[in-house]
Design a protein around this ligand. Structure first.
Ligand code: WQD
Length: 370
């Protein structure tokens, strides 16, 4: 294993945001190490990542709740930091299964931090969510706005933030970056990695692309009577590649400036559902049939970020437009009609790369490829 590049553990690194961050970290000169139990991701991602980076993928199959195993992995790869993606994130599901969400999201982070502490690895980037704000009194939303989470999912994210802030206050050796994501959408420009929802998508963009490709007949627009310019919900959509670059900037800030922070990651611009649909039509050439239906319970009218902190503290800002997001989402959907369950016949096997070991074959208790 090359020790010249700083290794960073990515829990949930085979997931949507994790896999894109894997690429961004590799391109930035880090050596990411994936820890994933593949309960909500697909091993095919490893082949795609090997193809995209031209490097062996370091991956350990396991659950972040196995504290001893996590400590062993941190030690084996000499990790200098961890980025914690592993967790459950479906708002509606969290209402039905709150204990599962607290166990996976809160106990999972606790286990990671205990493992890190035991091997003196004390720099962590945490994947939080703008849903910790609840229904904001005004927009754009600043980091010092009150937090009033309205779902068990959002409450687990705030509980994790509280845990991290308590840890930072107890021991200055800890460097903690809390990233509050707004609405991540899109896919890597190659179309090789992207969002792979199971079943009927809850979120707007994957539903739109499934309508455009003919998998679904039309989009139901939840509400046309919001107090917004065109009556439909307004959100801050962020290209997943911009988001992954935000993680690189956060790691650099933690390690270089030895400071902890909480920042919003968004574009700072609100776009309505109808605005997304017209951007998608322009980017894909495909009109998206839709109908207005009543509002979805729990939705708020407007939600977009004040991003000045991320710019000031991380030197990061989003650069990709809503058209870029729609174009890349559409490209991913076209190349992967059934997500990762569709084999990529046009892609050479990972082992065809020079010095390229095949991506780690997943066995029941697989060891990493060192
Ligand atoms: C966006 C807009 C809908 C689907 C969710 C999670 C949140 C975060 C980001 C993790 C809204 C409208 C949607 C559809 C529609 N994830 N819509 N028809 O609700 O802002 O946030 O994803 O942190 O936790 O709640 O995103 O994509 O579901 O909705 O009209 O079929 O699209 O009403 O205005 P949301 P979304």
């Amino acid at each position: 294993m090359t020790l010249d590049k700083p290794s960073v553990l990515l829990t949930g690194g085979a997931g949507y945001i994790g896999s894109h961050t894997y690429v961004a970290l590799t391109e930035a000169g880090y050596r990411p190490v994936i820890l994933d139990d593949f309960s909500n991701s697909h091993p095919v991602v490893l082949d795609r990542l090997a193809h995209l980076t031209g490097q062996r993928v370091l991956c350990e199959r396991g659950d972040v709740l196995q504290t001893g195993m996590v400590a062993e992995v941190l030690k084996r790869y000499h990790c200098v930091a961890a980025v914690h993606f592993a967790g459950l994130k479906a708002v509606g599901e969290s209402v039905q299964q709150p204990l599962r969400y607290y166990h996976t999201n809160v106990s999972g982070l606790l286990s990671l931090l205990q493992a890190m502490d035991s091997v003196d690895c004390r720099s962590v980037v945490f994947s939080s969510s703008a849903t910790v704000y609840g229904d904001p009194a005004s927009v754009p939303i600043k980091e010092n706005f009150p937090c009033a989470p309205e779902s068990p999912y959002a409450r687990t994210k705030l509980a994790c933030e509280d845990m991290l802030n308590s840890l930072a206050a107890s021991n200055p050796a800890w460097r903690i970056g809390i990233l509050r994501y707004f609405n991540p959408v899109g896919a890597h420009a190659s179309g090789l990695i992207g969002e792979d929802p199971h079943g009927v998508p809850n979120n707007l963009m994957p539903y739109v692309t499934q309508v455009a490709v003919g998998m679904r007949d039309k989009l139901r627009v939840f509400g046309s009577d919001y107090p917004t310019p065109d009556g439909t919900g307004v959100r801050d959509y962020l290209h997943v590649t911009d988001l992954s670059e935000g993680h690189v900037a956060a790691l650099r800030a933690l390690i270089a400036k030895n400071q902890s922070f909480t920042v919003n990651l968004g574009t700072g611009e609100g776009i309505s559902v109808l605005g997304v649909l017209s951007a998608f039509g322009r980017a894909s050439g495909r009109p998206v049939p839709f109908e207005f239906v009543p509002r979805r319970a729990g939705d708020v009218a407007q939600y977009f970020a004040d991003v000045s902190q991320a710019q000031a503290l991380l030197g990061w800002r989003a650069t990709r437009t809503i058209e870029d997001m729609c174009r890349d989402s559409w490209h991913w959907q076209q190349k992967n009609p059934d997500g990762y369950r569709t084999s990529m016949s046009s892609m050479q096997p990972a082992s065809s790369h020079r010095n390229q070991e095949p991506a780690m074959p997943l066995q029941p208790t697989v060891a990493g490829t060192a």
